[in-house]
Design a protein around this ligand. Structure first.
Ligand code: PMP
Length: 415
């Protein structure tokens, strides 16, 4: 591999913060981890914050009057404020801790959806949604009789915005759209979609699972009504995520899960819900994961999301270059200028799983399958794809390695 100069990030120094990145697999092969859209790795600082919490600061939150519980509660609420600042929400209680993007979207579909959507109302999605932003709306349709419409895609995997005029109607209640496709890498024009939706009287939920970790998010500037994301895709632990919701909407929504901590008062005849954010956080929350997510945010702020975005863009351009060296490889999605650090591809006559297995033998970890986006794959005319997805700790050398491993795989499959 040749050494290549890259963007402003000191990637080698950043990599040394991630213990797992020095792993060797299959004997002596350096791990080339290109499965970051599925989940990212953790820096030592995130692991340390969680270890310290378990060793020195752990008790249940919001319940005890005792010292340790107060400490734990303070840390948990400080974590909420870190997330609030990270996405520039107006108030910390607009951040609801959930178990991840999936749980956040289900919360909106159940709570807001059941209360506000009826027979004949319309929900507008796109053809590129992850199942997390598709199935909850199918379930809402089953419960309420609402209709789901879809913004179509070009063959290059861009949204056909011209279709919006025909898709919006007086019955459109919500547009729920992915910020960055987890398969195509397409960066969607959220500002335009949100403005058009609001003009049509509809709310907007943004599935930001693949955007919050990689670029600056400002919910006030965006004017999003809801925004969902996951900790484990942004250097944090699994089991934690967040739902941002506009205060007035969250205030008006009924609680979704019932149980401890979400009530103001209860008696045998009923209950009065607690104020935000407790109303939506029934039961013992993911306390230490929340601290881990906040530590991840702190790390990302130190690295700088502009630099992260720029570096990933260079990796994507390089990936397009190396993968396009072979005519047999078809890249899904638009050109690098319109996509984030996600590059999915198919090879004529080769199963994506087989391809991923041969790449893995050479140390290169990519994902294969439908990536929880079956309708999108059907639209692209394939049933599965291989996907390389990058984070700021990946190097141009690793992308070259992906290209070399693919060439080696193709030689094997051609035999
Ligand atoms: N939406 C998108 C675009 C995703 O990529 C993912 C994760 N693959 C999800 C939603 C679901 O996230 P989680 O599994 O963390 O709930």
């Amino acid at each position: 591999m040749t050494l290549i100069e890259t963007s402003t990030l000191d990637v080698q120094s950043l990599r040394s913060d991630f213990p797992i990145l020095s792993t060797k697999i299959h004997g002596d092969k350096p791990l080339v981890y290109l499965d970051n859209a599925a989940t990212t790795q953790r820096p030592r600082s995130v692991i340390d914050v969680m270890t310290t919490a378990y060793e020195e600061q752990y008790a249940n939150v919001h319940r005890g009057i005792h010292w340790l519980s107060e400490l734990s509660t303070d840390l948990y609420e400080n974590a909420r404020e870190s997330i609030q600042c990270f996405i520039n929400a107006r108030r910390s209680h607009e951040i609801i801790f959930t178990s991840g993007t999936t749980a956040s979207i289900n919360l909106v579909a159940r709570s807001w959806g059941d209360a506000n959507v009826g027979q004949g109302d319309e929900i507008l999605l796109t053809e590129m949604e992850h199942h997390s932003n598709l199935i909850p709306w199918h379930q809402l349709a089953q419960r309420t009789g609402c209709t789901i419409k879809f913004v179509p895609l070009t063959d290059d995997g861009l949204l056909v915005l011209d279709a919006l005029d025909d898709l919006f109607s007086e019955r459109t209640k919500l547009v729920s759209v992915v910020a960055v496709s987890n398969v195509l890498g397409t960066i969607n024009p959220l500002e335009t979609i949100i403005r058009r939706a609001h003009d049509a009287g509809a709310l907007v939920l943004v599935d930001a699972a693949q955007s919050v970790p990689h670029s600056v998010t400002d919910v006030q500037k965006l004017d999003a009504d809801f925004l969902a994301f996951s900790g484990h895709k942004m250097l944090g632990p699994s089991g934690i995520g967040a739902l941002y919701g506009r205060e007035s909407l969250l205030e008006a929504m009924p609680p979704f899960l019932g149980g401890g901590s979400m009530i103001h008062s209860a008696d045998l005849d009923g209950f009065k819900p607690a104020d935000l954010p407790a109303k939506f956080e029934a039961g013992t929350p993911p306390i230490v994961p929340a601290l881990g997510m906040a530590a991840a945010v702190q790390y990302l702020e130190k690295v700088g999301l502009e630099a992260v975005h720029q570096h990933e863009h260079e990796l994507t351009r390089k990936a397009h270059q190396v993968l396009q060296q072979s005519d047999e490889v078809r890249l899904l999605g638009p050109s690098p200028s319109e996509k984030a650090g996600i590059v999915s591809f198919v090879v004529e006559g080769v199963q994506a799983n087989d391809l991923a297995m041969v790449l893995d033998e050479q140390g290169v970890a990519v994902r294969a399958g439908h990536h929880c986006a079956m309708p999108l794959h059907a639209r692209m005319g394939v049933s599965a794809s291989a996907r390389a997805s990058f984070y700021f700790y990946n190097t141009l050398e690793e992308v070259e390695k992906l290209g070399e491993a693919l060439q080696a795989a193709l030689r094997i499959f051609r035999r």
